[in-house]
Design a protein around this ligand. Structure first.
Ligand code: NAD
Length: 351
């Protein structure tokens, strides 16, 4: 599959490296207004200078391609993706699909009308551990799901366009965790009550921290707290999750020295848990450590293989643009809630 990549800046490099490792996909052209980035990434991708463009129209006129990876900042996604789709290409778009729900809907509508495959890179869910957690939840290991507590904290030093966004944390980071909630629960959010603020330590203009109370169908509640401005605290990009059902709790914490997933059964021998928790010296685990089986390709690699397979088989990707509108609906509802200081119903965009 012949791929043009638009945007080869900070995160664009990760797609250059990942695609080089994927069989059956080749970079045929790169597009970026920054000539230095073009040259550096062109060398790494093995794309010759005559196929490095500062303008997408030139690339689409000059080079035959099947798909485009859109790794430009969100405000450019609509114009980039729509032009490429009109030229016959399928799209793998970086998150967030756009900088407003309305333009995201327009991109998805365009993909539908043109019959193109449009997938969004929500690669967090394409990892061994969340895939296994979802399986355990579906198998009923913790019974009927009641609530989730999710916490994310990292010190993210903002640069470039992120420094001037109103909601860099919700738009650029929490969107991954909102998508993860939807994935783990297999449902779309109903309401959100969010508060955001910009901690004094932050180097950005917009709000770098948030809390959100999110309600899902069946009375399931999610208590989310996240911050891009917490020096010294690093939960990892996935964050820490505790998922509680009628029969127990699953804990997912990639930084946990006792293992990233542990199960606590409601009917367990609490005397033993108590013993482990308070009296047994480390490294005895509290609860039951669970190893997630390997799903093979993960993250970007899964994104790329899944995108290609869906195009070839004519099926909709798991994180299609259409599906992703629900992740964005939650993200923009959280922003509206924080701005207006009220609970907001999460819309169900349909295309
Ligand atoms: N999935 C993830 O985990 C993840 C992580 C980081 C960034 N991202 C997303 O990737 C996208 C890019 O982020 P980044 O960190 O690489 O930003 P960046 O600013 O570091 O790089 C963006 C690049 O796009 C180029 N660009 C701007 N307008 C363009 C246009 N019209 N056509 C072609 N190129 C253009 C810029 O010159 C720059 O080189 C954003 O949507 C961001 O949210 C996703």
């Amino acid at each position: 599959m012949r791929v043009i990549q638009a945007g080869v800046g900070g995160f664009g490099g990760s797609w250059i490296y990942a695609l080089k490792q994927c069989e059956g996909l080749t970079h045929v052209a790169l597009v970026d207004p920054n000539p230095q980035a073009l040259q550096q990434m062109g060398e790494i991708a093995g794309v010759p200078p005559e196929h490095r463009f500062t303008n997408l129209d030139e690339a689409l006129k000059t080079v035959a391609a099947d798909g485009l990876i859109d790794c430009t900042p969100a405000p450019f996604h609509k114009v980039t993706s729509v032009k490429a789709m009109e030229a016959g290409l399928h799209i793998l778009a970086e998150k967030p699909l756009s900088d407003s729900l309305e333009t995201a809907v327009e991109i998805v509508r365009e993909a539908k009308q043109l019959g193109r495959t449009l997938m969004v890179t929500q690669q967090f869910r394409y990892q061994d551990q969340p895939r296994h957690l979802r399986r355990l939840m579906l198998e009923g290991v913790i019974g009927e799901i009641d609530h989730i507590v999710a916490e994310f904290q990292i010190q993210g030093l903002m640069a470039g366009w992120r420094q001037t966004m109103d909601h860099p944390f919700l738009m650029d980071m929490a969107v991954h965790h909102f998508d993860m909630m939807r994935y783990l629960l297999g449902e779309n959010a109903l309401t959100v009550t969010a508060h955001t603020w910009n901690p004094k330590v932050s180097n950005a203009k917009g709000d770098m921290s948030a809390v959100a109370w999110i309600e899902f169908p069946g009375g399931v509640k999610v208590n989310y707290t996240g911050s891009f401005a917490t020096p010294g605290v690093d939960t990892g990009w996935n964050g820490r999750w505790a998922i509680t059902g009628s029969k127990g709790t699953l804990i997912w914490n990639q930084r946990d020295e006792w293992g990233p997933i542990r199960l606590f059964r409601q009917n367990a021998d609490y005397a033993q848990y108590h013993e482990q928790h308070f009296f047994t010296p480390l490294p005895e685990p509290w609860g039951e450590p669970i190893t997630a089986p390997s799903m093979g390709a993960t993250g970007h690699h899964f994104d790329l293989y899944h995108w290609k397979a869906c195009i070839e088989q004519g099926v909709e990707p798991e994180t299609s643009g259409r599906d992703n509108l629900n992740t964005l609906a939650l993200t923009f509802a959280a922003i509206e809630s924080a701005n207006e200081r009220r609970t907001v119903d999460v819309p169900c965009p349909t295309v």
